[in-house]
Ligand binder design. Structure first.
Ligand code: SF4
Length: 344
């Protein structure tokens, strides 16, 4: 793989610093011979970054500055790509862009890049932990590990930044491209330039919709235990689909076609339909879709991929907390009635 020779060294350092930045007076590193990790209480200069990119001295970034961060990382310490991929799929359904990096020795880091001005670490950590909970990986470490720095947490914890020169050629510390079978992105610098950052408002929406900031906040879409459902004629439908799915299926949709296709596939699977019938039903559904702007109608291959995804695991969530589903929510839905407080 290459990391692009078109950029000057100064441009690469500048680009790198836009993404892997935090405290500027301290960093982490490890000895290349012994592997021993240590903290360095010195300025994070361009020389430090260059040594990292050249593979001479690794750079570990302390992401937390006060109570703000520009990136948050889920650290999957296992060589199984399944959980990181599940994280990406779940994040995508929340409209969150996330990126998988092959870490230096074992496992994968999933990075979510945030607004350049910085966002609340507490909110970002809350949302990431919610996604981890949704995919059953709540034991996964999240960096930063704290919501804010204070007298007890002076620096927090560092995480090794990607693109350490000595490992890039070995296919480690590089970002993987899901469009190329999760092989390393051919041009890591172009990859960084195309990264989509998450805004704090998006985190606020997810927190609000899923009640994550309240005691006993629940995972998206799961009805609270012990609260009886109240089915009504209005909400009963063919296949027993909830109103949101019924509406999406009969009216078609204009955006978020892949996410909504996945949600529909999950609902149809829960209703007991075999996979091939669901593929056929969703191909018929696609004919009703009216994408906005330049977008095209979801393809048969894309439908197949979403249906395969839905049938690959035991997804149970109705997705009530997913804004792309909530837009079709019916206040009379029994699941809605089962939720005390404001609708989701
Ligand atoms: S509560 Fe709303 S979003 Fe959830 S299943 Fe019912 S209609 Fe769908």
């Amino acid at each position: 793989m290459t990391t692009n020779t078109m950029k000057t060294t100064a441009e690469k350092i500048g680009l790198f610093r836009m993404f892997f930045t935090g405290l500027l007076n301290v960093y982490g590193t490890y000895d290349l011979v012994t592997g021993r990790a240590r903290q360095v209480k010195r300025a994070v200069t361009d020389r430090v970054i260059l040594a990292h990119l050249q593979g001479k001295q690794p750079y570990g970034v302390y992401l937390l500055v006060g109570d703000r961060i520009r990136a948050v990382v889920a650290d999957f310490d296992i060589d199984d790509l399944g959980p990181p991929m599940d994280f990406l799929a779940s994040a995508e359904r929340y409209g969150l862009a996330a990126y998988i990096e092959r870490s230096k020795s074992k496992g994968y880091h999933v990075w979510m890049f945030l607004d350049e001005a910085g966002v609340s670490a507490a909110k970002a950590r809350l949302v990431v932990r919610h996604v981890l909970e949704e995919i059953g990986q709540l034991n996964t470490e999240v960096f930063p590990k704290h919501d804010r720095l204070d007298t007890r947490t002076t620096y927090g914890n560092y995480i090794y930044a990607p693109l350490f020169g000595a490992l890039v050629t070995k296919g480690r510390t590089v970002f993987l491209d899901p469009r190329r079978g999760l092989t390393p992105s051919a041009d890591q610098w172009q990859f960084l330039e195309e990264v989509v950052r998450v805004k704090e408002e998006r985190l606020d929406e997810i927190i609000e919709i899923n009640e994550l900031d309240r005691p006993n906040g629940r995972a998206a879409g799961l009805p609270r235990e012990g609260i009886p459902l109240r089915p009504s004629d209005k909400t009963r439908s063919v296949f027993g689909l909830p109103p949101c799915a019924q509406r999406m299926l009969t009216e078609g949709v204009s955006d978020y076609q892949r996410v909504r296709c996945f949600r529909l596939a999950v609902q149809l699977k829960k209703a007991g339909l075999p996979e091939d019938l669901v593929v056929a039903a969703l191909n018929a559904w696609a004919a009703k879709n009216r994408p906005t702007g330049e977008k095209r109608v979801i393809t048969e291959d894309e439908i197949l991929a979403q249906v395969n995804g839905a049938y690959s695991r035991d997804y149970r969530s109705c997705g009530c907390g997913d804004p792309t589903v909530a837009a079709y929510c019916d206040p009379d839905c029994p699941l809605q009635n089962g939720r005390p407080g404001k609708p989701g």
